[in-house]
Design a protein around this ligand. Structure first.
Ligand SMILES: *Cc1c(COP(=O)(O)O)cnc(C)c1O
Length: 425
């Protein structure tokens, strides 16, 4: 049977370094959430994020990194470290995966959503400032943090966002979970703000099976994050607790996989960027299909996922039946999703031609997915304030993610593009 071409899957090094580090953990009986692999992985990450490769020559930063059990845990601890309390507000990019916003609610705080600008699809700096001014006038206090997100790896306009954040003295937590290795003006995402979130889930740029990390401004901040990640144990010879902590440290087994992955991270990034350039070449003359890229000369995306927009009027085979197919195969392997009312429509969904392309690709053995549905259109966040401009909703209606990971070959990319062409009437 022909292989299915999937979006982005974990890919181990050819040299088997992941196994070597994991084997060492077993041999030395370090099967716990600390140990030599965790320390080694953090050192590797620090080396990686601190290298600034601008046109003017290389220099290094001195950020510290804590390895954690997930990227979501990293968002949670960063918010905690920024002093977010029940009733506080946090500005979050609306166009994102739910993990950027959910931890705000874990702390009893309220996400306030900010829409995107059309070049990067990330947080619109003008709207951000408008939101800050409006929140101050409405509730009389400043938002506690700003969370921009590197959607599909694309860098946000971090220079403008930092300028606004500094003007109002609000900390920035960069959600670079999808943007590991993406750069802005030569500097790695996650190192601009107060904190930077990384994810090593199975489908991200590199994996530890599940895991994440938080980029911290200095050793003191790193120690504080470590304290909260290991149940807030005070320095006594017995268990003394003065604050509430979490069990969020990365396991030494997972970190072993991470150390192996760090030996091939540059290859992975280059591969994703190569796949993007091949899509760009092949879509060049396809009318009605636009590959997402950025015109910002400082922006250097890892192209974690390659994404396209379809013209609203582009006719696609089968589009009149697109939403009649039952959603037994909900995207993302969603568990137990059954629509009681029998309707699969919401007031914010991909256009019929987009859904028809997705179904057509699926039939041809190719996985494609809609873009993230904006958080301000999610029922669970319906009561949260939102500052919108229509960009994320328009992108969501017209966009699709295409296979992009290390398993995707040049031949696969040709097949994906040919299949899309054959679906267009
Ligand atoms: C994956 C992801 C996260 C969370 O990472 P996990 O390691 O899966 O918890 C956070 N934000 C964004 C935008 C993501 O895509």
């Amino acid at each position: 049977m022909k292989k299915r071409i999937l979006l982005c899957l974990a890919h181990m090094s050819e040299t088997g370094m992941e196994r070597k580090f994991v084997q060492e953990a077993f041999d030395d009986n370090w099967v716990v959430p600390l140990g030599p692999n965790v320390n080694g992985f953090e050192e590797d990450l620090e080396k990686f994020v601190n290298l600034v490769d601008t046109k003017s020559g290389k220099h290094t930063l001195d950020k510290k990194v804590v390895a954690l059990s997930s990227g979501t845990a990293a968002v949670h601890l960063a918010l905690l470290a920024c002093g977010v309390q029940p009733g506080d507000e946090v500005l979050v990019q609306s166009f994102t995966f739910c993990a950027s916003a959910n931890p705000v609610t874990y702390l009893g705080a309220i996400p306030v959503f900010v829409d995107s600008e059309p070049d990067s699809w990330n947080m619109d700096p003008e709207l951000l400032e408008k939101a800050i001014v409006d929140r101050i006038s409405k509730i009389g206090k400043k938002p506690k943090a700003i969370i921009p997100v590197a959607l599909y790896g694309m860098p946000y306009q971090i220079d403008k966002i930092m300028e606004i954040a500094n003007k109002y003295d609000i900390p920035v937590i960069e959600d670079a979970a999808e943007g590991f290795g993406s750069r802005y003006n030569g500097q790695v995402l996650g190192t601009f703000g107060h904190y930077g979130v990384l994810s090593f889930n199975g489908n991200k740029m590199i994996t530890t099976s599940g895991g994440g990390a938080l980029v911290c401004p200095n050793q003191e901040a790193k120690d504080r994050i470590m304290f909260f990640a290991t149940q807030a144990r005070e320095a006594y010879p017995y268990y003394q607790h003065e604050e509430i902590g979490y069990n969020y440290r990365m396991s030494n087994i997972c970190a072993g996989i991470g150390r192996g992955q760090m030996t091939i991270v540059d290859d992975h990034i280059r591969h994703h960027q190569h796949i993007q350039s091949l899509y760009a070449e092949l879509f060049k003359d396809v009318k009605g299909v636009k590959l997402h890229s950025s015109a910002n000369p400082f922006s250097d995306s890892n192209f974690w996922l390659c994404t396209i927009l379809l013209d609203e009027n582009l006719p696609v085979k089968g589009q009149e039946r697109a939403y009649q197919q039952a959603i037994n195969q909900a995207v993302g392997g969603a568990a137990g999703v059954v629509h009681a009312g029998g309707s699969i429509h919401t007031d914010c969904e991909p256009d019929v031609n987009v859904e028809a392309i997705r179904l057509g690709l699926n039939e041809a053995g190719i996985e494609a997915r809609p873009l993230w549905k904006p958080m301000h259109k999610q029922p669970v966040f319906a009561k949260c304030p939102a500052y919108t401009n229509g960009v994320s909703e328009a992108m969501f209606a017209r966009g699709l993610c295409l296979p992009s990971g290390p398993w995707v070959t040049d031949e696969d990319v040709h097949y994906v593009v040919d299949t899309i062409k054959s679906l267009i009437i």
